[in-house]
Design a protein around this ligand. Structure first.
Ligand SMILES: NC(=O)c1ccc[n+]([C@@H]2O[C@H](COP(=O)([O-])OP(=O)(O)OC[C@H]3O[C@@H](n4cnc5c(N)ncnc54)[C@H](OP(=O)(O)O)[C@@H]3O)[C@@H](O)[C@H]2O)c1
Length: 216
């Protein structure tokens, strides 16, 4: 599959590398076509990896991954361009964290809204699937690095899109029973509001190598 990964941070790099290793063609998008982090990533990942602007990566991808800063995700997607996103499935990994007043960060949107919903509202033809935002990116791509069963949440309005992403998650070694579908895109609120707790646990463990396991 041709995949556009929007974001040159640790998440874009980690997910992009995993997707290339699974033989997908990945274009990493940035505000600048010659972003240095993207160039270094392309150099490491060979012929199936390329870089471009947010718009070029979005045009390239049948599937888009939003790995930009949550507080500016809408801005990044507007730069990507509605015409390049139209009708596509978009995985939103972002969290609306505001670090401007130091640690711990606060959420720029919460309770009655979320980044996932804002993307869906602003780009109605796009099939937004929120997933992966509740864990460190190294766990996203290597769930079996933790012992035992643990969960990845998924939500979105389009059942077909969620099924496609379920298959993608399974190709990353997530087990079917570990993928917890929380319903429509409004579930993004809860998924994003988990972050203050996630950050606190990370502080306690002094490591991001953990995840949530929901037990009935
Ligand atoms: N770190 C994790 O393990 C983890 C886990 C779960 C979720 N997340 C979420 O995943 C997302 C990516 O995290 P990250 O740490 O990899 O990267 P990040 O530093 O949060 O974001 C990097 C991306 O945001 C873009 N960006 C920054 N300011 C912008 C602006 N004003 N307008 C448009 N784009 C802008 C950058 O564009 P340029 O390329 O042009 O610089 C870059 O591509 C975040 O929302 C984060 O909360 C992270």
């Amino acid at each position: 599959m041709n995949i556009g990964v929007l974001g040159t941070g640790m998440v874009g790099e980690t997910l992009g590398t995993k997707l290339v290793s699974l033989n997908h063609n990945v274009k990493m998008g940035s505000r600048s076509a010659s972003n240095e982090k993207a160039a270094a990533w392309v150099k490491k990942n060979g012929a199936n990896a390329s870089q471009g602007t947010f718009a070029e990566a979005s045009k390239f991808g049948e599937l888009i991954l939003n790995c930009t800063k949550g507080e500016v995700a809408l801005e990044a997607l507007k730069i990507a361009g509605e015409e390049n996103l139209k009708g596509k499935v978009l995985i939103d990994v972002s969290n609306p964290l505001d670090f401007s007043k130091g640690m711990p960060p606060t959420l720029t949107v919460c309770n009655t809204d979320s980044v996932g919903e804002q993307i869906q509202k602003n780009f109605p033809s796009v099939k937004v699937v929120k997933t992966f935002n509740t864990m460190n990116c190294l766990i996203m791509v290597n769930p079996r690095s933790l012992s035992g069963s643990h969960n990845v949440f998924i939500c979105g309005n389009d059942a077909g899109a969620k099924n496609k992403i379920r298959d993608l998650l399974k190709s990353f070694s997530w087990k079917d029973e570990e993928i917890l579908d929380l319903g429509d895109i409004t579930a993004s609120r809860g998924m994003e509001m988990v972050l203050p707790l996630w950050l606190r646990i990370m502080g306690t463990f002094k490591s991001g190598a953990f995840n949530f396991n929901i037990v009935k």
